[in-house]
Write a protein that binds this ligand. Sequence first.
Ligand code: HEM
Length: 189
Amino acid sequence: MPHTPSPLLLALRAGTQACHQRLEARLPFFRDDFDLPAYRRLMQAYYGFHAPLQALLADHQGSERAKTAVLEHDLLALGLSRAEVAALPRCQALPATADEASVLGVMYVIEGSTLGGQVLKRAMAERLGIDGDHGARFLDVYGPLTGAHWRSFLQRLDQPAASHPQTVAAAIATFECFEHWLQDCGVLA
Ligand code: HEM
């Protein structure tokens, strides 16, 4: 039986729905001209956002949630050298993670994106012929544990109402920072 969504989850969904829709519409995954070089450029830009953000979040999540290593694995599989990965530009305009309420909002976005990743994994297998061993592991970073990780994250959203606005603001900021960064990298429509 699915649990009743917590008030904070409902607030996060309502607060970020427009952000999600806008970013989803601008991401190139489903464009006709999207090919492997374009996918590699997109994952380089993902790395430039996730690597510094995961470093900020390192104190707040277990190692199984560390996605930077998986993105690096993908970039190596896509033909970059370790030195090239290390030299990739990194986003400096990251969402604020100064307090627990904000951290939760950032994590909602990062963890929630593993759900959309399931759709993208299948689409990239079909369109580009890539899987977890050939550059697409990040899209399925938790593998068969995706649902279990998401449910365990949702348990953390049982928070006092006073902190909700801050958490929702941090989630919106995370979407906006990511979108700006991807735009600066030239990978969005
Ligand atoms: C083309 C790209 C994307 C597609 C097709 C997509 C698709 C989806 C889908 C189908 C779900 C619902 C999954 C479910 O309920 O089982 C979802 C949830 C979610 N996605 Fe995306 N997504 C994309 C990109 C992103 C990105 C880039 C982010 C953030 C960086 C993101 C953040 C989220 C979040 C936070 C949720 C959880 C919503 C909730 O249940 O509260 N998505 N996405």
